[in-house]
Design a protein around this ligand. Sequence first.
Ligand SMILES: C[S@@+](CC[C@H](N)C(=O)[O-])C[C@H]1O[C@@H](n2cnc3c(N)ncnc32)[C@H](O)[C@@H]1O
Length: 244
Amino acid sequence: MGTTVKPYNAGGKKEEVEQMFDNIAHSYDFLNHAFSFGIDILWRKKAIKILKKENPKLVLDVATGTADFALEAVRMDLNADQIIGVDISEGMLEVGRKKIADKGWQQKVVLKRGDSENLPFDSNSFDAYTVAFGVRNFENLEKGLSEMNRVLKPGALGIVLEFSKPKKFPIKQLFSFYFKFIMPVIGKLISKDKRAYEYLPESVQAFPSGNDFENIMIKTGYVDTKVIPLSGGIASIYLGRKPR
Ligand SMILES: C[S@@+](CC[C@H](N)C(=O)[O-])C[C@H]1O[C@@H](n2cnc3c(N)ncnc32)[C@H](O)[C@@H]1O
């Protein structure tokens, strides 16, 4: 899959990603919504509409970060008994726990430190998983996808939301300029992490999107896969099921 893009180029990708998200956790939600003009919320809502059709009782939100996806699902009346969010960054989880407590939703959303490539759950446990803007940060993508597949019940759905690469003029050119030249400057000022918002466009550029990503899902054991491009291909939803 080409060269590994890491935040600081000083150690292992997993440790660096954990450190980077710990560093930017305080400003993550603000910058996320500001940089996308709130469109990321619409993308999450679209993914949650797909999730709702599955009527899942137990949902795993991998790379849950500050629990934005899980909380949006509860807000949208996802009728699940529980959503369990896992993340390697304790800093991000800390922000998420505060948001959950503010809503009084501690029974509905439970956060746990955990690595997507070695999930602390039994096989065949979950009715669905979601992972929003997480897979690009995995150290070993295939391991993560296989591991998330392992914890799904047979026939259950995995939903991946991730940045992709728009191919058409003028979205491709506009997005590329904004992503490479505007975001890193503002991101550095507000998050105080020089590399975090340089790593973002670099990691998106190096990451497989569209059918390339779908093929990796197939390779790692998913069936009934589907790619749904969003906003001209700036992001995509990828779906795949564990075989029955
Ligand atoms: C861009 S944030 C996305 C957070 C959230 N899902 C959202 O939609 O806002 C990516 C998250 O992936 C987490 N992450 C990266 N690698 C991980 C891994 N191997 N296991 C669990 N979480 C991971 C990071 O710590 C970070 O919180």
